[in-house]
Design a protein around this ligand. Structure first.
Ligand SMILES: C[S@@+](CC[C@H](N)C(=O)[O-])C[C@H]1O[C@@H](n2cnc3c(N)ncnc32)[C@H](O)[C@@H]1O
Length: 303
């Protein structure tokens, strides 16, 4: 289907390549969880970090970071992930509790533990988790070791989102005739543009009225402009992850515009909007790698 030539083939799971970014987000969630003014609670996050050789020595508490909140990676960037987690937790819970969608799909789920930690409606809520097989295998190993029990029916769907994945969801029990809630958090900028277009078209095709979608994009024309920003530099130097090397730097499709054209009602927000709403989180700064980040919320209205 789409471009399969990619420098990360996924065979290494969370040990390297784009899979390791799942550990970065888990470490940020662990730090957020233990802040006195925490925005989101994820008690599983630190176990992923402590359980993977690739994240040996990474902090799971802010007090383990010598310069604390002044550290661009474990201070501001981690807080960004904490805020994102909270905002998207709220989106998912609002969507399932306000409507009658009982199918949730996490695309590029990584080490997202929402199936285990959110208060899903009782009676028949299913969470489908799509990521590469090796990443999901690591996740299961850690959660099984904790004897963790999901709070909804959880269905892992090991799939590469650069391939033709649309059939994998119905094959796993997803019902396209029933409403659904979709989350694409921290994923699209790693995918080739054709895979993003395919993903948005597929979500549209598999979503009936009353469905909702949230996704994150980067609107920057040239991401390399921020190569020497504090945030990318610290991530490279402190944990050896070069995000710009993992991102697909090709021009992106206008996914929000496309959904609007297909009849979805969309709103595009900056993370800073939510920092102001919650009274904590990152604010704009000079040479800011977060400047182009947008969180898009889309609903397919009922007629
Ligand atoms: C930054 S992590 C975000 C994980 C999760 N959404 C979160 O916010 O905690 C990016 C995730 O996307 C997954 N991913 C990247 N490219 C993928 C692909 N082609 N197919 C499936 N998953 C992919 C990675 O394995 C990784 O788990």
């Amino acid at each position: 289907m789409v471009d399969t030539a990619h420098r990360n083939d996924g065979a290494e799971g969370v040990a390297g390549g784009v899979g390791a970014t799942a550990l970065l987000v888990a470490a940020a969630r662990a730090i957020e969880t233990h802040r006195p003014d925490s925005l989101a609670q994820d008690v599983f996050a630190e176990h992923f970090v402590l359980g993977a050789p690739a994240s040996k020595g990474w902090p799971v508490r802010l007090r383990e970071v010598p310069d604390g909140d002044r550290n661009p990676l474990w201070g501001r960037f981690a807080r960004y992930f904490g805020l994102r987690t909270r905002v998207l937790d709220d989106f998912l819970l609002r969507s399932v509790h306000a409507g009658n969608a009982r199918q949730v799909v996490l695309l590029g789920a990584g080490l997202d533990s929402r199936a285990y930690r959110l208060a899903w409606p009782s009676g028949g809520c299913v969470v489908f988790e799509i990521d590469r097989a090796e990443v999901l295998a690591f996740k299961h190993q850690v959660l099984d070791g904790l004897s963790a029990a999901p709070r909804a029916t959880r269905v892992p769907v090991p799939t590469d989102l650069r391939a033709d994945w649309a059939g994998a969801l119905p094959a796993a029990g997803f019902d396209p005739a029933a409403p659904s809630v979709w989350l694409v958090e921290g994923l699209l900028f790693y995918l080739p543009p054709a895979a993003e277009t395919y993903l948005i078209d597929t979500v549209d095709r598999l979503s009936t009225e009353g469905s909702a979608l949230a996704f994150e994009v980067k609107l920057d024309k040239d991401l390399l402009e921020y190569r020497e920003s504090p945030l990318y530099t610290a991530t490279r130097q402190q944990i050896g992850i070069d995000l710009l090397d993992l991102f697909d730097l090709s021009p992106r499709p206008d996914s929000a515009g496309k959904l609007t054209g297909k009849g979805w009602s969309t709103s595009v927000r900056t993370p800073f909007d939510f920092t102001r709403l919650h009274g904590r989180g990152p604010l704009p700064e000079r040479n800011d790698a977060l400047a182009g980040n947008r969180w898009v919320f889309a609903d397919r209205p009922r007629r």
